[in-house]
Design a binder for this molecule. Structure first.
Ligand SMILES: [Zn+2]
Length: 218
């Protein structure tokens, strides 16, 4: 299957992408991983991306599109993939259509994770990370540590990342609304969008997504 995963920040997109890709036996292709891989391997695209990032500028679409194209050409992605973070605007979606058309293949579905805006703010702004290990993640409401401000796993201090402040979350949501949401309309016109609620436990959302993709196929 060829799937694009979309959803606002805080929808649990990265987590769901990993589970879904595993369940469907397809590679999970995330923009974050693409950037890290290209930069660490020093590819031409990685060098270009690095130059923009170092200058504090947004990486142009051509660079991101080039990285996605290279990745999708790798052997494990020939029969399918799950894209996470790409495309992030209509221009990138159009470029993806051209790429797929050139290969004579099509997307099977665009899975849209839906979360009410206030829930997104609550989810992200409540996140607390351990200073000793960023993999130790808690939430003041959904996954509180036994002692406030202290990591259960290692006793490290818990803090809120600047990126997770309510103000930053609202700005990120605004960017999502103006730049990324239009791709949902773009794909809806192609009859590809499958919307599911991203509320509930991680396993419940995965099950819901698998069910929706199955019935969409049939
Ligand atoms: Zn810790």
């Amino acid at each position: 299957m060829r799937i694009v995963l979309v959803g606002p920040p805080g929808a649990g997109k990265g987590t769901q992408a990993a589970y879904l890709a595993k369940n469907l036996s397809i590679p999970h292709i995330s923009t974050g991983d693409l950037f890290r891989a290209n930069i660490s391997q020093g590819t031409d695209l990685g060098k270009q991306a690095r130059a923009y990032m170092d200058a504090g500028q947004l990486v142009p679409d051509e660079v991101t599109i080039g990285m996605a194209k290279d990745r999708m050409a790798q052997s494990d992605a020939v029969n399918g993939f799950l894209l996470d973070g790409f495309p992030r605007n209509v221009g990138q979606a159009e470029a993806l259509d051209v790429m797929l058309k050139d290969e004579g293949v099509k997307l099977d579905a665009v899975l849209d994770l839906e979360v009410p805006e206030e829930e997104v703010v609550k989810r992200i702004a409540g996140r607390r990370i351990c200073r000793s290990d960023s993999a130790h993640v808690f939430h003041v409401t959904y996954n509180p540590p036994k002692t406030e401000g202290v990591c259960d796993a290692c006793g490290g201090e818990l803090y809120q990342r600047d990126d997770d402040s309510e103000e930053t979350v609202r700005t990120r949501l605004e960017v999502y609304h103006t730049q990324t949401e239009p791709i949902i309309d773009y794909y809806r016109a192609q009859g590809l969008v499958v919307t599911i609620s991203a509320l509930g436990k991680v396993t419940e959302v995965t099950a819901r997504a698998m069910e929706a993709l199955k019935s969409d196929e049939g």
